[in-house]
Design a protein around this ligand. Structure first.
Ligand SMILES: [Zn+2]
Length: 221
């Protein structure tokens, strides 16, 4: 039953001694780690294993990030970053030598995220290519997302909002799910699935089904 289980590695850029981009009081390493955690939570609604290349504010080399993804034999690697430097908007990257399948996945992911961001009037900077180490050294389809500009006042203000981060992560997760064709994780009737314990379905802890109206639910972070 589990042989087809997909695995996604989410890579929050930078960390520890490397803050990444900084702008107007925000650090890239903090924003992308938070985003990654929200993406993982959102993917809890799908049949997929999710691995983060870092769980805390620690420095992890680019080689090590790729190594962890390769070792996990992941189906997809998504690196999360934020931009700075005077621009604005969202852009995505694949390696210049990326095969067609990677480009198709990126197309879906990019469009899904932009569909969300467009509602905020965020500019689409396009689908780009770059010889980034994490894109070059990972053996599975790999996409890098540059999620807005920390030094753009309005984008900075959005990235500060917990609700916006969650919704952006939700869009990224939905894009991943669509690109990989992930099955939704159904609310399991007692006695089926991987959890053999006959827990009553009255529990308040139900992380699997929170995507549609996750806003209304109390948050754990
Ligand atoms: Zn970065």
């Amino acid at each position: 039953m589990d042989k087809g289980k997909r695995r996604v590695v989410i890579d929050p850029g930078h960390g520890g001694k490397d803050p990444g981009a900084v702008g107007l009081g925000l650090q890239e390493k903090e924003v992308v780690l938070h985003l990654a955690q929200h993406v993982r939570r959102a993917l809890g609604g799908y049949e997929v294993d999710v691995l983060l290349t870092r769980e805390t504010d620690e420095w992890v080399s680019l080689d090590e990030r790729a190594r962890r993804a390769n070792e996990a034999d992941a189906d997809l690697f998504v690196s999360l970053h934020c931009n700075a430097g005077g621009g604005q908007g969202f852009e995505s990257y694949v390696h210049p030598a990326a095969p067609e399948r990677t480009r198709a996945i990126r197309e879906v992911l990019h469009r899904r995220v932009m569909a969300f961001l467009a509602s905020y009037g965020i500019r689409d900077r396009g689908q780009k290519e770059a010889n980034f180490a994490v894109l070059r050294k990972t053996k599975m389809p790999a996409v890098l997302l540059e999620n807005l500009f920390l030094d753009h006042p309005r984008e900075n203000a959005l990235l500060r909002e917990e609700a916006f981060r969650k919704d952006l992560a939700q869009a990224i997760a939905a894009g991943i799910a669509q690109a990989l064709g992930l099955a939704r994780r159904e609310a399991q009737p007692p006695g089926t699935g991987q959890n053999p314990s006959p827990a009553p379905p009255s529990s308040s802890a139900e992380p699997a089904e929170r995507s549609r109206n996750g806003r209304a639910k109390p948050s754990s972070g």
